[in-house]
Design a protein around this ligand. Structure first.
Ligand SMILES: [Fe+2]
Length: 441
């Protein structure tokens, strides 16, 4: 387990570097600039990752003692995400890029010493190496956030990756899979890496429903846009309509109409600085839509969004045996053949590109590619216990959030659990969000 955790820490740090000082020289203004008020400057994320690791692994992860002195306790207040909303972070007296890099390296050195020397058995935070796994996941979550910052950054492309694999299942878009209702074990009590809001496992009863076999594609979404979907009030909730009309939204976040030589206009998107015709990525899941846009599309299509419970039921219930799987394909960890994760490709793969990752009933790409909006709010499961701190989940329960499931191409493998619960405001679309539709029987 120590070796696995050390490898996961190293993999997370390699991704962090690939988005920060790996692409920007120390004095590059892109490194310290705030690219959007929704995001932090890269050097804030870099030092925040280190500060969280300092707090949990250096100070609280030492063998045989509850608390040791951290590497930099004097800067905790600058990197506390709760007391420093994103918009105000650039004005703080932050570590400069070189200092942030050194801080991260020193913290990591001490954290690895503790990992090597520590015991995983006595304290609850350390049992099964939980707090080390939590810090791996925390860094991976910030990597995904930094990837979203890169998406919002203007200018020439600085990130590069291989294109995703092609579809090998033609005709998948728009098809539906019938899910016979059953009793099912939602959440987990056995995943050692699970965060508090995924626990405990508990039985729920799910009614029959239909679920799209794949996420809604750019091609399908373009038909909704071109049919006047953003101008027809009847498809939108009141909050959704107020938001899109207030913001002047007429298409997903990165889309624009580009005039062609023949006088026509075609939809294009910009993906990490590269402009592409939507026609050429028509079979990829639509990306960068908010909950309201997803719900409006579903209404236009005569469908609805799945609930969070339906989503996890589709991803984990094995109808043949009546048991709950870890992943749609079974209990083994994700591999590059099963899911588009780890920013291996800088975009979602076309639907039908991962037949090895499909569920037993034939639902594709539940893990990886795009986060999928679900029509559920954020609540604790029955028997929920905050752990290891209330601010991880509990303070968000009951707020104006909608759930996102399944992880995106920017999610790290250690975070890509079928039980993982993500949440955001229904107006947010700078995240790597898409959706699939469901339908009552
Ligand atoms: Fe954080």
């Amino acid at each position: 387990m120590r070796r696995r955790l050390a490898a996961e820490l190293a993999a997370a740090r390699a991704r962090t570097r690939s988005l920060t000082h790996g692409v920007f020289a120390g004095d590059d203004p892109d490194f310290t600039h705030q690219h959007s008020p929704l995001m932090s400057p890269f050097h804030w994320d870099l030092a925040h990752i280190a500060n969280m690791e300092d707090y949990w692994l250096v100070r609280r992860g030492a063998p045989d003692t509850d608390l040791v002195t951290g590497v930099r306790e004097d800067i905790d207040h600058l990197y506390d995400a709760f007391t420093n909303p994103r918009a105000g972070r650039p004005a703080l007296p932050l570590l400069d890029p070189a200092e942030a890099r050194v801080y991260g390296d020193r913290v990591r050195e001490k954290a690895l010493e503790h990992l090597e020397a520590g015991s995983f058995d006595e304290r609850r935070t350390l049992a099964d190496g939980f707090v080390f796994s939590m810090i791996v996941q925390h860094e991976q979550q910030h990597v995904e956030t930094m990837l979203a910052t890169h998406q919002l950054r203007a200018g020439a492309p600085v990130l590069h990756a291989d294109p995703p694999p092609p579809s090998v299942v033609p005709g998948l878009a728009g098809t539906e899979v019938f899910h016979p209702g059953a009793q099912f074990l939602l959440g987990t009590s056995t995943e050692t890496a699970a965060l508090d809001n995924e626990k405990p496992a508990h039985p729920v009863t799910v009614a029959d429903f239909w679920l799209d076999a794949a996420p809604v594609t750019n091609g399908e979404y373009a038909r909704f846009v071109d049919a006047g979907g953003y101008r027809d009030r009847s498809f939108w909730s009141e909050a959704g309509w107020d938001h899109i009309t207030g913001e002047g939204w007429t298409a997903p976040m990165t889309w624009e109409q580009v005039s062609q030589e023949d006088g026509t206009r075609r939809w294009h998107r910009t993906s990490f600085g590269v402009r592409e015709a939507i026609d050429e990525v028509a079979d990829q899941p639509v990306l960068h839509v908010c909950f309201h846009e997803a719900a409006a599309y579903a209404a236009w299509a005569g469908k609805r969004l799945p609930t969070e419970v339906e989503w996890e039921f589709a991803a984990r219930h094995d109808h043949a045996t009546g048991t709950t799987r870890r992943y749609p394909w079974g209990d083994e960890d994700p591999t590059p053949e099963r899911a588009n994760l780890d920013q291996r490709h800088l975009q979602p793969a076309p639907v039908g590109a991962y037949p090895a990752g499909a569920s037993p009933l034939g639902v594709h790409q539940l893990i990886g590619d795009v986060w999928e909006w679900c029509d559920s709010g954020f609540e604790g499961y029955p028997g929920f216990e905050p752990f290891p701190y209330k601010e991880y989940s509990e303070v968000f329960f009951g707020g104006d959030f909608r759930m996102l499931r399944g992880s995106s191409f920017g999610v790290g493998t250690p975070n890509a659990r079928a039980t993982f619960r993500n949440w955001d405001l229904p107006i947010r679309r700078q995240i790597f969000s898409g959706f699939r539709c469901a339908r009552d029987v």
